[in-house]
Write a protein that binds this ligand. Structure first.
Ligand code: HEC
Ligand code: HEC
Ligand code: HEC
Ligand code: HEC
Length: 450
């Protein structure tokens, strides 16, 4: 009898222990957002005000708020918003005749987006100016957008002048830019992304959750342009998202952002093509890693495990950002330094080639006897060279997101720039236009206008 009692008790204990272990394992493996949560308040669809969402999700909101005050810098990135023109005055030459030659600062945290667009020196607000800034510039800066797009339609939104639209915009980037109220799932909120995916025959509603952890960033971290007189926000992805595909698209359209002064070149400015660059077969992308894995790692606060919404440089929290997958964090962070230093040095060489080429083209344009066919060829090559360089330069990871692609593009850009220079010298039959290292001989060096 006693024997049986012990056996039964032992059995019960074993069953309880296994059951408990199972429950613990089950809980551990639950993606956090699938755990039942009790919404404290009802959030209206497309609610622009993140503080209202914050009542239900205090951890995500508290970390999100940190993007407002982050200011730490890294070797090539960080959150202080330093001036690219002061760090690298070659860019003052490369963007001559375009507002980026006057004001070009590094990106800061998401909560500063509205303030930064409202205060950038690049905008033309003058009511008399035909070049007045369109409302389109707010497209990636505010959580008021999804509600405004629903109400006005994107065409009307883009047509409205910046100053007028600004009266209806009082929120920086927020929850409504990435999440659907109620389900909290990640969604495409920007109509331009919706249309660009459709043009490629893609339907984001069929994407996996892991894919959405990258695609949600493509609402904003992409190359785009303003189409036609209505300044309609458009991603140039019809032929694909590689730099060559985008160049072919812009060439077919004969699109230009501005004309390079005294060189007659229809120029293109690259924006912030993190999505296109990362997805161009990078090691991490091919391995199924998402933007959110590195930039929004899971963090713990007591018993709560959630995605940090304090989005910034992963180099400032390598254990959280990389340590989830890499056991030797010191090693991979060391690799980042090697990659970024090499991409930076290569990028500067490309800039030298571009400065030499633009100087030669200006020389040839000033020569009335220059052969127009050769000159046109030189100008076309230059347009491509600078856009390719800019894809790497304007992309915010200094090559880390896709090191092979960065070096491939910079090599091609340098090659095209030198070809452009040779064609210009040939057009003008002037060997002095083959001079190299012109930037280093410049004295004084160009300084960005204040
Ligand atoms: C494997 C990890 C990883 C993935 C995946 C990743 N990034 Fe990054 N990202 C980095 C690192 C490392 C840097 C360099 C930060 C620095 O230089 O301080 C960076 C830099 C950035 C920056 C500039 C940050 C700054 O401090 O100025 C932005 C913006 C960015 N990434 C966006 C994205 C987007 C959008 C995606 C997806 C399309 C993505 N990243 C995917 C690791 C990653
Ligand atoms: C830039 C895009 C972006 C913004 C803005 C954003 N989120 Fe998220 N959020 C994400 C991503 C990415 C995830 C991870 C989702 C996943 O893994 O499926 C996430 C996950 C979540 C989750 C699920 C639990 C978790 O932590 O993984 C909640 C809840 C959440 N966010 C709340 C918020 C709230 C509240 C705001 C506004 C204060 C907000 N988010 C703003 C991108 C964003
Ligand atoms: C609604 C548009 C939008 C979405 C969606 C968005 N971003 Fe951003 N992001 C921006 C803008 C605009 C800035 C620059 C803000 C500034 O400089 O004031 C920025 C800045 C950043 C920075 C630099 C922060 C710093 O402190 O230097 C990183 C990193 C970043 N975003 C990563 C991401 C990732 C990863 C995703 C997807 C999970 C994402 N972003 C989704 C618009 C967006
Ligand atoms: C979600 C998982 C994941 C995260 C997060 C992650 N990595 Fe990786 N990383 C991988 C995988 C998978 C590979 C492919 C090589 C392999 O299988 O080991 C890789 C490869 C690398 C490589 C080698 C690149 C090459 O071309 O061979 C470096 C360097 C690296 N990661 C750095 C980082 C850094 C730095 C971070 C943090 C900012 C980071 N990784 C975050 C999964 C991850």
């Amino acid at each position: 009898m006693k024997k049986y009692t012990i056996l039964i008790l032992t059995g019960i204990i074993v069953i309880l222990a296994v059951g408990l272990a199972g429950v613990l394992l089950f809980l551990k493996n639950q993606p956090p957002q699938e755990r039942g949560f009790q919404p404290l308040v009802e959030i209206a669809p497309l609610e622009p005000d993140s503080s209202k969402w914050g009542i239900n999700f205090p951890n995500q909101y508290a970390t999100f708020l940190k993007t407002k005050t982050n200011s730490a810098d890294t070797a090539y990135g960080g959150s202080s918003g330093f001036s690219h023109l002061e760090r690298d005055p070659r860019q003052v030459i490369l963007f001559a005749g375009y507002p980026f030659s006057k004001d070009y600062n590094d990106d800061r945290g998401h909560m500063n987006a509205l303030q930064d667009v409202n205060t950038t020196g690049r905008l033309v607000l003058d009511r008399e100016s035909p070049k007045r800034t369109p409302g389109t510039c707010y497209s990636c800066k505010s959580s008021n957008n999804p509600a405004l797009w629903a109400e006005m339609g994107m065409a009307e939104y883009d047509k409205t002048f910046f100053g007028d639209l600004g009266k209806r915009i009082d929120q920086p980037i927020g929850c409504a830019n990435c999440h659907e109220t109620g389900t909290m799932r990640l969604i495409v909120t920007n109509p331009a992304l919706q249309e660009a995916l459709e043009a490629q025959g893609k339907d984001w509603t069929t994407f996996t959750r892991q894919e959405m952890r990258t695609v949600v960033c493509a609402n904003c971290h992409v190359e785009y342009y303003f189409k036609g007189d209505g300044k309609y926000l458009t991603f140039p992805w019809e032929n694909g998202t590689r730099v060559e595909d985008m160049l072919a698209y812009y060439d077919e359209l004969q699109f230009k952002d501005w004309e390079y002064p005294e060189a007659g070149i229809p120029m293109l400015k690259a924006q912030h093509p993190e999505y296109e660059f990362y997805t161009a077969d990078s090691t991490h992308y091919k391995a199924g890693v998402s933007c959110a894995d590195c930039h929004m790692p899971y963090v713990r606060d007591g018993a709560a495990k959630f995605s940090s919404h304090d989005v910034h440089s992963p180099l400032l929290r390598p254990e959280q950002a990389c340590g989830q997958c890499h056991s030797d964090v010191t090693y991979v962070i060391g690799r980042v330094k090697v990659i970024q230093d090499e991409v930076y040095a290569t990028k500067i060489k490309t800039e030298d080639a571009l400065v030499d080429a633009i100087t030669a083209i200006k020389g040839a344009v000033a020569n009335p006897n220059a052969n127009p066919d050769l000159l046109t060829q030189a100008q076309a090559k230059y347009r491509h060279a600078q856009f390719m360089w800019d894809i790497v330069s304007a992309e915010n990871s200094m090559g880390f997101h896709n090191p092979e692609e960065a070096l491939r593009i910079l090599a091609e850009a340098t090659n095209l720039a030198r070809q452009a220079q040779m064609l210009a010298a040939q057009a003008a039959a002037d060997p002095s236009l083959l001079a190299v290292g012109i930037y280093d001989q410049m004295d004084p060096k160009p300084v960005p206008a204040k």
